[in-house]
Design a protein around this ligand. Structure first.
Ligand SMILES: Nc1ncnc2c1ncn2[C@@H]1O[C@H](COP(=O)(O)OP(=O)(O)OP(=O)(O)O)[C@@H](O)[C@H]1O
Length: 264
C-alpha cells in the first residue's frame, strides 16, 4: 500500500479563525474516502489544500509523495483529477462533450488548434463510453443536463488516468434518477482495482456509493471521526458531527439518515 495523501497537523487560519484545526489524515492508494460534515465544516478547504489551490497556515500536506510548498504545483495537479462546481464554470459552453474530455490530455479547457494523438482520441472514446456519454459526444457542454454535465466532468477528470480523484459534491442538485445513475457509475468505478484512490465530499449519507471504503467526519474544522465506513458511520458519530440525533439505516450497501425523535 502506498500513501497518496497525508495531512499532518494541518491548520488553515483566516482572520484569526481556524477554518481547519490541526487536521491529521492519511489516504492510501486502495482507499475510497467520503468526507461528510455540516455546511462550513471545512470540507472544501481540505480539497483546496489537497489540490494545491491554497497552503496550510501550519502543518504539512503531502500529495502523491510531494510536500506542498516544495513541489511544482502545475506538475502535481496534472497527476490529480478534480471535479467541483468551479471546474464546470471553466468549460466553454459551446465546447463539444468529446472535446471536454479530450482537451484534458493537454490540460486546457477549450479546444483550439491542437492536434491530438490517436492514442488520446482512443482513450477519450473509452472514457466517454465508460461514463455513458458516447451519444452526447457531439453535443455542446452548455446544453447538457446537470447529471450529464457531472458525468462529462468526471470523464474529463479520469481521462488522464489520475493517481488521485477528488470529487466535491458530484451529486448535488441532481434529480433522483440522475443522482442514482451517477451513484451507480461512481460505485462501479470505486470498485475497480484499476481506479485511483478517491476522495468525495458530500452532504448526505444517502449519496455514499457502495464501494467507497472510508469516512472522514468533519465538524468546525476538526476531524470528528475517521476510518472504515462500517465502523465510522454510526448514529453516535453523526450526532456528534451534526449536533442532533439520527436514526441511521443501511440497506444493500446504501445508508439513510433521518432525525430521531427525542419526544418518545
Ligand atoms: N479564504 C477564506 N477566508 C475566510 N474564510 C474562509 C476562507 N475559506 C473558507 N472560509 C470559511 O471557512 C469555513 C469552511 O468553508 P468550507 O467551504 O471549507 O466549508 P464546507 O464544509 O465545504 O461547507 P459547505 O458544506 O457549505 O460547502 C466557512 O465558514 C467559510 O466561510
Amino acid at each position: 500500500m502506498t500513501t497518496v495523501l497525508s495531512l499532518t497537523d494541518a491548520s488553515y487560519i483566516r482572520n484569526r479563525r481556524p477554518i481547519l484545526d490541526t487536521v491529521t489524515w492519511q489516504v492510501d492508494d486502495s482507499e475510497r474516502w467520503v468526507i461528510l460534515g455540516p455546511n462550513g465544516a471545512g470540507k472544501t478547504t481540505i480539497l483546496k489544500l489537497v489540490t494545491a489551490n491554497d497552503f496550510p497556515t501550519t502543518g504539512t500536506v503531502d500529495v502523491l509523495g510531494e510536500r506542498l510548498g516544495k513541489v511544482d504545483i502545475f506538475e502535481l495537479r496534472n497527476r490529480l483529477g478534480f471535479v467541483s462546481s468551479a471546474t464546470a464554470r471553466r468549460i466553454p459552453p459551446n465546447e463539444l462533450v468529446r472535446d471536454v474530455v479530450l482537451t484534458a490530455a493537454y490540460s486546457v479547457e477549450g479546444r483550439w488548434n491542437e492536434q491530438y494523438d490517436a492514442i488520446d482520441v482512443r482513450q477519450a472514446d473509452r472514457v466517454l463510453a465508460e461514463w455513458d456519454l458516447l451519444e452526447l459526444a457531439d453535443q455542446a457542454f452548455g446544453t447538457l443536463s446537470d447529471g450529464e454535465r457531472k458525468r462529462a466532468l468526471i470523464a474529463r477528470a479520469v481521462m488522464t488516468d489520475p493517481e488521485l480523484l477528488l470529487l466535491d459534491e458530484p451529486s448535488a442538485s441532481l434529480d433522483l434518477g440522475a443522482r442514482e445513475r451517477l451513484l451507480q457509475m461512481l460505485s462501479g468505478f470505486a470498485q475497480s482495482q484499476y481506479s485511483p484512490a478517491m476522495v468525495m465530499v458530500t452532504h448526505h449519507v444517502e449519496e455514499i456509493p457502495p464501494g467507497f471504503t472510508h469516512l472522514l467526519l468533519v465538524r468546525d474544522g476538526k476531524i470528528q471521526a475517521a476510518g472504515p465506513i462500517a465502523d465510522t458511520l454510526t448514529a453516535e458519530n453523526l450526532e456528534a458531527t451534526f449536533g442532533m440525533p439520527f436514526e441511521l439505516t443501511v440497506s444493500r450497501g446504501r445508508y439513510a439518515a433521518t432525525a430521531r425523535s427525542t419526544s418518545a
